[in-house]
Each structure stands twice: as structure tokens, then as C-alpha cells.
Design a protein around this ligand. Structure first.
Ligand SMILES: [Fe+2]
Length: 303
């Protein structure tokens, strides 16, 4: 089965400290912020009207994730397939379409209650070119905004939902121990050439999102962002390193919401003809040293 879903296109995060997030997103990550009437912030990283939306709320977690399909026919096909399989699907309203800046959308939940939206026709703002406050350029296009890693309690049912129902392709697995003595089996799935747009981590944490990854087009921009974090005393959950499976050279600053953001460069692009599922015994070829967070939850110097 070939999935209708072609890219991870947007994500909505519910955050408790919008002001600190604005500083983190713009001055540290290099995203372009636009204030919203509801007090939230839309963040741009390319010609799309928005890619990451921050809404104010207490959860400090992912609120919704948006998957892009090609056109109206693809959206109808996905909706009909979910419906036939007994998955509750709701059509977006006119207000939803205007709010998300898309031609049409549907929404549904995965087995663990995460809200997913599928849509087509995202608004492009070529008349207002994306300008990064730090000079960063992001790798997006057909590969979407990056990737997300979700925590899960029942990984088998989540894998079945994304692979068998939504039609993601399995890329690989990592069997590792990030915390010594606690074996962890991560699984990585794709919906385009990006090695993975979604990964599942069976970790018993309260948050649904483990991390969000954005990829810049220059290794130097990873270095500059790393040093901006060091200057601002932003906690790094993982130090600079190179991942074993997708080759991403990256580091992981902790966001003001307590989950991580992976800031990377050099991610592997899968060749559909030749790829075969593999397994890795380590998270990283080098680096990515896990660092427990400090007791205080927010980087004071960035506030
Ligand atoms: Fe990642």
C-alpha cells in the first residue's frame, strides 16, 4: 500500500511560556515568528505560511500534527480508508480550514489518543519570503518540516496504525540503552525520502512528544546554533553527535516546554528502490551523550 501521506507538514505545540518560547524559537533556532490574534505564535521556516504553531496552555506537549497529502482526491481516499477500517474521522470546518491555512483537512486520533490532521493545499507566502533571524536555511520541501518522535505505551498497536493503516514505510530500528540498564527499541518510519518523519519510542514519560527535529542546510549553522545555546545556558539533553541510522549530525537543546528539539544537518535520504530494513545496536556513531536535565526547568539567561 502506498500512503496518501507525503510529508510531516506542520505541528501545533501547547506551551506554558510563550515569551520564552519566542526567544528560543527565533534567537536560538532561527525560525521566523508571527504573532497571532489568540496570543499564540506562528513560526516559519520556508515559504509555507507556518510550520510550527505555539498555542498557550499548561500541557507543554504536542497538541496536533499535520500530514500533507497531494490533493482533494488523496484526502478523500485516506478519509474513506480510515472510515472503512472503523477509525473515527472528522471533516474540518470552514473555521478549521482558515485557521490552518489549508484548502481542506480531516482529523483523527491514533490508538494512544494523539490528534492527527491530514490536509491538502497549504498556503504559500512567496510574497513574504522567509527571513531567518539567525541567517539559517532549513531543509524542507518534499521532505516536510523535519521529524517527530512520539512516546507510546503499546508500541505494537501504534506501529500497526502507522504502517498498516496510514501506510508509512518502516525504515529501521535501533535497539539501545540511552539510560544504562533500560533497553529501548526505537522504530523509524518514513512517508517521503527523509529517513524518518515519525519514530516511536516506548518510553513511560508523561509527554506525547519526545522530540521534534528541524534540519538546516549548513553544518556551520549547527555549530552556530550550538554555541548560541552554550552562550544562553540552554540545557543540551544530548551533546553534538552523529546518529547511527539517519546520519544526522545534531544536538538536542531542551525546549522551554521540557521536551527536546533536535537541530541537525546532513540527514540521509532513502532510495526507495534499494532500501531494506536494518537494525542498529547504538543510537549514534559518535557523540550524543545523554545529559540529565538540571533541577531548574528554564534557562534563565535566555529569558
Ligand atoms: Fe531525531
Amino acid at each position: 500500500m502506498r500512503s496518501e501521506i507525503e510529508a510531516l507538514s506542520y505541528i501545533i505545540l501547547e506551551v506554558s511560556d510563550i515569551a520564552l518560547w519566542r526567544v528560543f524559537a527565533t534567537d536560538i533556532l532561527g525560525l521566523q515568528a508571527t504573532a497571532r490574534d489568540d496570543g499564540g505564535i506562528d513560526l516559519r521556516m520556508d515559504q509555507y505560511a507556518w510550520r510550527i504553531r505555539l498555542i498557550e496552555g499548561p500541557r507543554d506537549d504536542m497538541a496536533s500534527v499535520g500530514w500533507e497529502v497531494r490533493d482533494a482526491a488523496a484526502l478523500a481516499a485516506l478519509s474513506a480508508r480510515l472510515d472503512a477500517l472503523g477509525i473515527a474521522v472528522a471533516a474540518g470546518t470552514a473555521d478549521d480550514r482558515a485557521d490552518r491555512c489549508v484548502a481542506d483537512l480531516i482529523h483523527f486520533a491514533d490508538p494512544e489518543g494523539n490528534r492527527h490532521e491530514a490536509f491538502y493545499g497549504p498556503l504559500q507566502r512567496t510574497e513574504r519570503p522567509f527571513i531567518s533571524p539567525t541567517g539559517a536555511a532549513f531543509k524542507t520541501g518534499r521532505q516536510g518540516l523535519g521529524h517527530i518522535v512520539l512516546s507510546c505505551r503499546d508500541k505494537a498497536s501504534m506501529m500497526a496504525f502507522f504502517l498498516d493503516i496510514l501506510g508509512f514505510r518502516l525504515t529501521d530500528h535501533i535497539h539501545t540503552e540511552i539510560v544504562p540498564g533500560r533497553p529501548l527499541e526505537l522504530s523509524f518510519m518514513r512517508c517521503n525520502g527523509r529517513h524518518h518523519s515519525l519514530a516511536l519510542a516506548p518510553v513511560p514519560i508523561p509527554k506525547k512528544i519526545v522530540h521534534l527535529m528541524v534540519e538546516v542546510t549548513s553544518i556551520d549553522e549547527v555549530g552556530r546554533a550550538l554555541h548560541r545555546c552554550l552562550d544562553a545556558d540552554v540545557h543540551l539533553s544530548f551533546t553534538l553527535g552523529r546518529h547511527s541510522n539517519d546520519d544526522m549530525l545534531s544536538f538536542y537543546p531542551r525546549t522551554p516546554s521540557g521536551f527536546d528539539l533536535e537541530y541537525g544537518w546532513g540527514g540521509l535520504e532513502v532510495d526507495e528502490e534499494s532500501w531494506h530494513v536494518v537494525t542498529h545496536a547504538t543510537n549514534s556513531a559518535w557523540g550524543h551523550i545523554f545529559q540529565r536535565p538540571p533541577r531548574r526547568s528554564l534557562p534563565e539567561a535566555a529569558a
